[in-house]
Design a binder for this molecule. Structure first.
Ligand code: 7RM
Length: 671
């Protein structure tokens, strides 16, 4: 009801254009300009570059960095290994500003080139923003932040839906040397409060799939538990009024008063650019830190070469800016390359399952980059939703975030891409900064194997490790996926806990970066990712630690113990499955389960809520008290005839107990 009223009152303009100083939807503006070309590589081809980059990473990247980035002062050392283990540092002594690379350099040559196409929730209401306009927004926002005392090194949370203003917020931080941390707008108040931040930029509300999301209200809740937050800048995504307190600053009003010129801060290559929280196998999410030059270079070069981005192309990555994919392939990579980047605010099924392809037709998108979970969802609706629309602009399709199953790959390739587009399955992580393994770039017309990431990017040297920490040579082998040499996009640390960084990524296989994933090297030497080797699960392409979900349920007074595992889910890829122990057999089990679900939603986010909760008398534990989640996975994937080694179990009879409980649950529900 409330929503219908809100929408009737304020469609286009308010759901539409909260941008200050009268930016209005423009149907068609030129997307390309003459200059400001994408990142350049030295002459050669894939094989030549790959060989050179692997043999001499410092020399290779130094050459690329000189050509592709605009420097205030040149670097003196391309790459320096970290003496205490950990990630290498890049382009030492160099100074630059990321926002200058993403904006000013393009404005100088082609100010009217379209930087962003904001594909808003309501189809057909796209807003085009030129490079000049985006620089103007960024400078006004930067000056507003400065006015309120935000300085180099301060931490600014961006809790907003995707829009030109949220992109400007990221770039404004970069301009003045503040560190942004984008928090996905689906995260709860408690998640937001858990981040280390000095101020927040948010919207009054967000709009997604025709629904209103109360962002400011969530920020208000978070602020109560987060005394470090000094300012909350509130922009208007809708015309609805929200409560404004002492700490709150109306963003557009301030921006309208602010100067549209802001001198960029000259940053050291290794100064922090942003941190982004991501889940690991233990503890709370960690703030992964990326620095200025190396990250920008790597996102730009991978954007150009993996997707074969050509100047004038419209690049459509439908990820939210709250994830690393949005950082690298909605914002930094494309803008550094002077591209036209689409900001997708909606969902794949709003207003109907043809949304992506209607958008492709209308915006003439040339590269479409999305997640397998959306493809799996859409293929259930049938081909008509795709075929209705003209997709002839498409040249490259990309997949990211989780393994793409063969059925989804084939549908994406044949139905969406009409069998004539290159489909790249791209493997990478928050920690890697950009794509590390993908079928492109490659030698001219090299084969692409369905549903496989295949080939390392320039300078990425993948190795597989066995259980004893030895490198596995040869082909047709599987092991733990590590990367043997540094590359510029690698994260540098975990904010505030460098030891945790070293322990998580460099300890298991000294001298190598351990990804946490397993991989198979095929007979032809290609890489296929087999999935996480730790207790991280992947729900709809979103990373979550099973321990995080367990922790969120731990405070329930009637539930002393829980164990969460990932299980295969047809659409989401994986879902969370919880086993819980109750204090005593209460009559209101269902009530407890509902309470647990609410706890997970409010402590983490809705997508983290377990699909299934099974009550057991006890959890399977080793004699030293460790929960054997491996056994629970066997039960849920119905491989209980093959439990493996159970000799370390404290009491093997627990297996039958759990199997019985699972069977009973299955009969009762439609599992
Ligand atoms: C970009 C991103 C990283 C984890 C990673 C993998 C899984 C990502 C693929 C994939 C198979 C892929 N960053 N993953 N891409 N698995 N094939 N193409 O997703 O930090 O959020 O997640 O996602 O397990 O370790 S992330």
């Amino acid at each position: 009801m409330a929503l219908a009223a809100a929408r009737a009152r304020l469609p286009l303009r308010a759901l539409g254009c909260p941008l200050p100083h009268g930016l209005v939807p423009v149907a068609a503006r030129r997307c390309c300009g003459e200059a400001g070309g994408p990142a350049a590589l030295p002459p050669g081809g894939y094989g030549v570059w790959q060989e050179r980059a692997a043999r001499d990473p410092a020399g290779f990247w130094a050459e690329v960095a000189r050509g592709a980035l605009r420097w205030d002062s040149p670097f003196h050392t391309a790459c320096q290994a970290c003496p205490a283990g950990g990630a290498a540092r890049w382009f030492l002594g160099g100074r630059l500003n990321v926002s200058v690379n993403c904006l000013d350099q393009h404005v100088e040559k082609s100010p009217d080139r379209v930087a962003l196409i904001w594909e808003r929730d309501e189809p057909g209401t796209a807003v085009h923003v030129t490079y000049r306009e985006l620089l103007d927004l960024t400078c006004r926002l930067a000056n507003t932040l400065k006015k309120y005392g935000i300085q180099k090194g301060d931490k600014v949370a961006i809790y907003m839906s995707v829009s030109p203003l949220s992109v400007a917020a990221m770039l404004a931080c970069a301009r003045i040397g503040a560190v942004h941390t984008v928090v996905f707008a689906g995260f709860s108040a408690e998640s937001l409060a858990g981040r280390i931040i000095d101020s927040v930029i948010t919207y009054n509300q967000a709009v997604r799939g025709g629904r209103i999301i109360e962002l400011k209200r969530t920020v208000d809740e978070a602020v109560k538990n987060c005394p470090s937050i000094k300012h909350v800048f509130v922009a208007q995504r809708t015309d609805n009024k929200v409560w404004m307190g002492d700490r709150d600053i109306p963003l557009e009003e301030e921006m309208a008063k602010a100067a549209s010129v802001c001198a960029p801060e000259s940053m050291d290559s290794e100064d922090m650019l942003f941190m982004l929280y991501t889940s690991g196998s233990t503890g709370k999410p960690k703030g992964i830190v990326h620095t200025q030059a190396g990250y920008l270079l790597y996102s730009a070069v991978t954007h150009k070469y993996v997707f074969d981005y050509q100047q004038g192309d419209v690049f459509g990555c439908v990820a939210d800016i709250g994830w690393i994919t949005g950082h690298s392939y909605v914002v930094y990579g494309p803008l550094c390359n002077g591209a036209t980047s689409v900001l997708f605010e909606s969902t794949p099924v709003y207003p109907d399952p043809g949304r992506y392809w209607e958008m492709v037709q209308r915006l003439k998108i040339n590269q479409f980059y999305g997640a397998p979970t959306a493809i799996r969802l859409l293929l259930n609706y049938g081909e008509e939703w795709v075929k209705k629309y003209d997709r002839s602009s498409l040249k490259t399709l990309g997949s990211v975030g989780e393994p793409i199953n063969n059925e989804a790959w084939q549908w994406f390739y044949h139905v969406v891409g009409e069998g004539r587009c290159t489909l790249v399955d791209t493997w990478w992580q928050t920690e890697t900064g950009g794509i590390c393994i993908a079928p492109r770039p490659s030698e001219e017309k090299a084969e692409i194997v369905p549903a496989m990431a295949m080939r390392p990017f320039f300078g990425i040297v993948p190795v597989l490790m066995d259980d004893n920490g030895k490198v596995i040579e040869g082909v047709d082998v599987s092991g733990a996926l590590c990367i043997a040499q540094p590359w510029p996009g690698m994260a540098r640390t975990i904010f505030g806990d460098h030891q945790r960084f070293v322990d998580a990524y460099f300890k298991a296989y000294p001298g190598y970066y351990f990804t946490g994933d397993g991989a198979y090297r095929t007979k032809k030497g290609y890489y296929q990712i087999t999935g996480r080797m730790d207790d991280v699960i992947n729900i709809s392409g979103h990373r979550l630690g099973t321990a995080e979900i367990e922790d969120a349920m731990a405070d329930h007074p009637e539930v002393p113990e829980t164990a969460v595992i990932g299980y295969p889910h047809k659409i989401k890829g994986e879902g969370a499955f919880a086993f819980i122990v109750l204090k005593e057999q209460t009559a209101h089990t269902d009530h407890v389960k509902e309470e647990l679900k609410t706890m997970v939603a409010s402590k983490i986010a809705k997508y983290a809520v377990p699909d299934h909760i099974v009550v057991v008398k006890r959890l399977p534990k080793t004699r030293s008290g460790k929960i054997m989640r491996r056994l629970l996975r066997k039960v849920v994937t119905e491989q209980s005839n093959n439990m493996g080694d159970v000799t370390t179990l404290d009491d093997p009879s627990v297996v039958k107990e759990i199997l019985d409980a699972y069977q009973k649950y299955k009969e009762k529900t439609s599992l």
